[in-house]
Design a protein around this ligand. Structure first.
Ligand code: FAD
Ligand code: MLT
Ligand code: ZN
Length: 451
């Protein structure tokens, strides 16, 4: 029996077959996706991961790698009958190399734990996102996570210097510590970024760290419409060299955040669209420059700046807590997309229109990383399996020349749209890689491609 084999590999305590013990691993963060697992296994080493994969190949059982289970496209939970392979025990954070600004971490280490280690050594992790307390480095590589600092440091793929990963047949690939310059054939670490658990199980990652900035300032500014907010974001990016993050949200989203996350409004004036701008510098406090740049937009009372850590945190809460505030209203359809900046405002304005055209009662909450052209369209109302609103929004994205997945990935949520977006030839090339790395198709079946 496969469960007996799994118990032999990880020990009784780390092989969960009891329904209640499996439950939290079987439903995703949004509650839109769930399925029952044959078992949840929690290996303590790459060797155990290899043995689990070999056992699953022999038994013909699918494997769903899982980190913090904060993924938003249904790729981290079983579809029915797979083994969930949780990486959370591989959470070691190695010593930060203080000169090189590099660190090797276990795939199950949370982003927050790596941030703490990096900061203690005078460095910073290049990628940051709201799920930092739960999201793991392995999951972040597997999804090529983006977050709020892509503008400055790029997504997760750009932070990878080396890796250890286990292939479906149990082969352990290891390129650690990894060099900043390393032109030795194909960049397999980069290939794993965005592979969503379909090619190999990542067990360790060597990360490039970035410098810590001595001074930071955050502003929130209100605008009469999305077009003005997007134009302001573009101008700020061009004129303020210190910009680290440019985020957009609307009054409908802020209303939900204030209600569900008990966060206060930044100023008494309410506006249809808001920008959050973070600026940072090593040499001098960016506050004055940010204030001067905002004054040019003549926003009156609808702008506020904070330079102290508490004030900056409070302003960030207005943007970061959108995800949980939307979740508190119901099970959302989450469409993470990107469009060219020139079409961003149009996407923000038209998304609710195309949604209500197919479902009159649906509510649309839009926010996103405007600096990267990344829009998060959240729809409340339609049942979890009703894909009409998803299709309407993704159709609009292709019309505007965008990508159907900016940073969350394809998962099981957008499998049919991968072909629509990338075309048959590109998806055939991806399938060929999948077939070479995982000939039995046991790694995350149903994610990226139909099995
Ligand atoms: P999981 O959810 O466990 O898994 C995600 C995918 O990766 C699955 O397909 C899984 O099979 C695969 N996987 C996980 N670990 C491994 C491994 N070790 N080896 C191989 N495959 C693996 N995402 C962004 O990009 N930007 C954001 O700003 C952002 N903000 C968020 C805010 C909130 C509040 C929440 C809930 C989510 C947010 N996300 C964001 C989405 C999510 O946090 C990221 O996708 C994150 O990278 C997932 O990490 P995880 O450890 O939770 O992975
Ligand atoms: C965000 O930017 O807040 C995240 O990607 C999560 C979400 O889309 O809700
Ligand atoms: Zn995001």
């Amino acid at each position: 029996m496969i469960s007996d084999d799994l118990r032999d590999i990880v020990g009784e305590r780390h092989c969960l077959t009891d329904t209640a013990l499996r439950a939290s691993y079987e439903t995703d963060w949004t509650r839109r996706f769930s399925g029952s697992a044959l078992a949840v296994v929690r290996p303590g080493s790459a060797k155990e991961v290899a043995a689990i994969l070999r056992a699953c190949v022999s038994a013909g059982v699918g494997v769903v790698p899982q980190g913090g289970n904060t993924g938003l496209v249904g790729g981290s939970v079983p579809r029915g009958g797979e083994v969930v392979l949780s990486l959370l025990r591989l959470n070691e954070v190695g010593n930060v190399d203080p000169d090189a600004g590099e660190v090797t971490v276990g795939a199950g280490a949370t982003l927050a734990s790596v941030q703490a280690a990096a900061r203690a050594a005078g460095w910073e992790v290049g990628v940051d996102l709201g799920a930092r307390d739960s999201a793991t480095i392995g999951g972040m590589v597997a999804t090529n996570a983006g977050g709020v600092n892509v503008l400055r440091h790029g997504p997760m793929r750009r932070q990878i210097l080396g890796f250890e990963a286990v292939m479906a047949d149990g082969t352990i690939l290891r390129r650690l510590p990894g060099m900043p310059k390393d032109n030795t054939g194909y960049d397999l670490g980069a290939l794993l970024a965005g592979s969503e658990g379909t090619l190999a199980v990542i067990t360790q990652v060597r990360l490039r760290l970035v410098s810590r900035l001595a001074h930071r300032a955050v502003a929130v500014a209100g605008f009469e419409n999305a077009t003005l907010a997007v134009a302001a974001a573009a101008r700020l990016r061009r004129e303020l060299g210190s910009v680290l993050a440019l985020e957009l949200f609307t009054d409908a989203g802020m209303e939900l955040v204030m209600r569900h996350a008990s966060v206060a409004a930044p100023f008494s004036a309410r506006r249809p669209a808001y920008l959050l701008i973070e600026a940072g510098s090593d040499e001098r406090d960016p506050t004055d420059g940010l204030v001067a740049a905002l004054e040019a937009f003549e926003l009156g009372d609808a702008a506020v700046v904070a330079s102290d850590p508490g004030g900056r945190h409070r302003l960030w809460q207005l943007r970061e807590r959108h995800t949980e505030a939307v979740n508190a209203e119901g099970v959302p359809h989450k469409l993470d997309v990107s469009v060219p900046l020139a079409r961003y405002a149009e996407m923000v304005d038209r998304a609710p229109v195309v949604v209500t055209a197919v479902d009159e009662g649906a509510r649309t909450i839009v926010y996103g990383h405007v600096g990267d052209g990344n829009v998060h369209v959240n729809v409340l109302g339609p049942s979890a399996d009703d894909e009409q609103v998803d299709d309407a929004v993704l159709e609009l994205v292709l019309e505007l020349g965008g990508s159907v997945s900016a940073e969350h990935g394809i998962g099981v949520a957008k499998v049919d749209w991968l072909v629509r977006d990338r075309g048959e030839d590109a998806v055939d090339a991806m399938r060929a890689i999948k077939a070479a790395w995982d000939p039995d198709g046991i790694l995350n079946p149903g994610v990226l491609f139909r099995p």
